[in-house]
Design a binder for this molecule. Structure first.
Ligand SMILES: C[S@@+](CC[C@H](N)C(=O)[O-])C[C@H]1O[C@@H](n2cnc3c(N)ncnc32)[C@H](O)[C@@H]1O
Length: 253
């Protein structure tokens, strides 16, 4: 747990984070809406569904899910203590927050100790994982999701054809230009400016070695993800929404 920060400071950095992320997640808000539609539909009839947002950052997706499903227990999971602290201060008690490095041994153990997970969601985060780590994470999630449980992953994923993959990048860039996404911080400037904020600097200094996770990355195309999900034990896997290379990939246990 990091030290406290004012709500005003948290709001400033979460709002800058939201703008910054629009550079990297094409049609991000619509992606969130589709993920929430899937989870809401799949959770019908489940009292107090348990939802994990993997690689949540401050918790934008988790917060939208908590608003759409007021009876749900939504946990925002991330390895980065600063982003978790910003989310705690900004979104307040509607969400639970858990610091964990996804893919490390036992990472899921403390997150859902006594019951199956109903939905695991993620946005713009699982591309950090190498293919072997992602395969292991998919298997662990398949084990922890109950029957009918769902994994919903919104991320940039390349179409299989290299020509279409290039085209998907162009489509995404044109969308971002039309929506002035490049007028905001990029990733590096957000982190540089946050580190220079006198209210955040001591928090960052106190984190020690627990820092932003390294992006190992993978080259999986859409069909690569789908076959990894099927190997992990998901009965159904495929895209339900796409804009450029921004996909919402759904896998049902
Ligand atoms: C590009 S950010 C997206 C954050 C958030 N989902 C959003 O859309 O605003 C990627 C996030 O994934 C987290 N992340 C990456 N690899 C992780 C890992 N192995 N374990 C936990 N969190 C991880 C990062 O700390 C970061 O917050």
């Amino acid at each position: 747990m990091m030290g406290s920060m004012s709500t005003v400071t948290a709001a400033r950095w979460v709002e800058r984070w939201e703008s910054q992320q629009q550079r990297y997640a094409v049609d991000r808000e619509e992606r969130f809406t589709v993920i929430a539609d899937v989870v809401e539909h799949m959770a019908l009839g489940r009292p107090a569904p348990l939802i994990l947002d993997l690689g949540s950052g401050p918790g934008a997706l988790a917060a939208r899910l908590a608003a759409r499903l007021p009876d749900a227990e939504v946990t925002a999971v991330d390895a980065d203590p600063l982003l978790l602290a910003l989310g705690r201060a900004y979104y307040g008690p509607a969400l639970r927050y858990a610091e964990a490095v996804i893919g490390e041994p036992g990472w899921l153990d403390g997150l859902a100790p006594n019951r199956p997970v109903d939905a695991a969601v993620s946005t713009t985060a699982l591309h950090y994982l190498s293919e072997p780590t992602l395969g292991r994470v998919y298997r662990e999630l398949a084990d922890r999701l109950g029957p009918g449980g769902v994994l919903v992953n919104g991320d940039h994923i390349s179409p299989d054809s290299p020509r279409l993959a290039d085209l998907a990048v162009v489509i995404g860039r044109r969308h971002a230009e039309r929506h002035l996404a490049f007028a905001h911080d990029d990733w590096d400037s957000w982190w540089t400016c946050a580190a220079a904020d006198p209210e955040l600097a001591p928090l960052l200094a106190g984190v020690g070695p627990r820092r932003h996770p390294r992006c190992e990355g993978n080259d999986l195309t859409l069909s690569g993800h789908i076959s990894l999900l099927r190997q992990a034990g998901f009965a159904h896997a495929g895209t339900v929404w796409q804009f450029g290379n921004s996909h919402v990939l759904v896998a049902v246990r």
